[in-house]
Design a protein around this ligand. Sequence first.
Ligand code: 3PG
Length: 215
Amino acid sequence: MLPHAASIATKKICALAPIIPVLVVHDVAHARPLAEALVAGGLPVLEVTLRTGAALDVIAEMAKVEGGYVGAGTLLTPDDVKNAKDAGATFGVSPGATDTLLTACENADLPTLPGAASATEAMRLFERGYDMMKFFPAEAAGGAPFLKSLSSPLPQISFCPTGGVSIDNARSYLSLPNVACAGGSWVAPDALVKAGDWAGITELARVASQLSRAA
Ligand code: 3PG
């Protein structure tokens, strides 16, 4: 692989919106209206976590929504990669990175945001061709000050911080030169999804979509 070829596609995806909704969807009936609500609010890039029995069907349904870019989150194994790709995921996200998982994503030609939470983990991924990665768990691992500290020695690497990101702290991440976008579940709260309050979700997405980025 050419240096940093692994991140070309994910960088384009991350450029589409400042926030990637992280979705835990239990009922496939919610998939279409939820995706439509988020896309209507200006958040076209959607991460469906593989943490529910419905997740693969949810990806397949959301993939039909015009204007959406649906990815699979919580990729842990090569089987997850195959299932996600078969369901129609156009990108993948993982909380971490193993060689086995990276090889599976590369062989499947699935653009992937692998997770890193230290300088060494980020450097290992960079060495393998990734210069766009997830920073997870963002708040617990040091938050925006940690990423700011990495921007001096590792300016070539961009991050999508996820985990504990909210409308209250998103700006502190997005103002950094090494943050392309951030991920978060706050734009699709369980209570609004269960209530079918799609207008409420569109409004949360609209506010998030207007966050400005330095990178
Ligand atoms: C997760 O683990 O579900 C994601 O990192 C999202 O975290 P959040 O719910 O804190 O946004």
